[in-house]
Write a protein that binds this ligand. Sequence first.
Ligand code: ADP
Ligand code: MG
Length: 353
Amino acid sequence: MFQSVSMKTTYEDVLEHIESGIMLFDEEGVLVFVNKQMYAFLELARHSLLGCTMTHLLANIQLSRLKRKQVLRAYREMVRKNKPTYEFIDEYGRYWRATLRSGEQMKGSYLFILKEISDYKLIEQTAYQNDSLAMLGKLSASIAHEIRNPLTAIRGFIQLLHPHLHQLGKEEYAKIILAEIDRANDIIHEFLTSSKPSAPQVSMIPVSALLKEVVLLTESEALMKGCQINLHPLQGDMIISGDAKQMKQVVLNIIRNAMEAITERSDDYIGKIEVGARREGAEVRIFISDNGKGMDLCTLDRLFNPFFTTKENGTGLGLSVSDRIIKNHGGCISVSSRVNEGTRFVISLPLIQ
Ligand SMILES: Nc1ncnc2c1ncn2[C@@H]1O[C@H](COP(=O)(O)OP(=O)(O)O)[C@@H](O)[C@H]1O
Ligand SMILES: [Mg+2]
């Protein structure tokens, strides 16, 4: 007798201290055991839980509205729909997996186990992104190979035809064709250098010059789309080191997205894009914010994934390529957004001292 009591307390001690949350309902549906992790998750005191049924638990006035929703959903999915596990994100952005054990083995009792899986999710997402990026690299290399060769052949033959076109007084045609072929080659080259995870061609880039150039490039397009771009004056000389072409492409991608978000917002208002940069210790933070349609959590979660797009004619490559470029330069991109209010992208990069 003595031994079994002490064994019971030992087991309870062990259960109390494991990483997962545990909640056991007996065959009558009454909560007979709950450990620390579980009542901490529910943000309720243990004494207010023991002896409760699920209905009592859901009616507990101290249970927050969000927690009630999470418990109710987990209960519906696992008990009503008979799914053994249920994954969800809580109000603090943590990922959880709930597991239900019941049936004969449990002699009519229900055991709920709750485990935080935020770390697994992060690893899973990184693995997924790396995998898709590797595929993207291979795909673009083979496309470039396929397109470049015929372009080179066409270029050669046009040069051969040049004197004949000259005789016909159509020399202008040859010039246009050659210029267009060169442009196509440039596009392929740019796409390849930015999508393949290659080492960047390093030079010193003044941030102010970079932003000025990109704003100048996009201003007329923005005007046509009815939005204003405002470049904030920068404090002092901020210099980063990196591949200037790739950097320009990143800022350009983000400004293009901002313009598109503005044109996609349905109500009548003045679209505004703010561009600027400030020093933050040894880093520069380049910000690009818009008052466009914004993003919900689901989009925010996936916007850097290759091929993820919400646009009819989108490629879903702009941000995944930009993210890769910035990471290659030792920096990172962060985003905050609100639906129907706007979005702010911040690119952090190390400064040259
Ligand atoms: N400034 C922004 N405002 C709202 N949504 C944005 C913004 N920037 C990016 N997005 C979202 O991220 C998605 C991915 O962007 P991107 O990788 O550039 O691909 P694409 O522009 O081809 O769709 C877009 O389809 C859009 O849903
Ligand atoms: Mg884009």
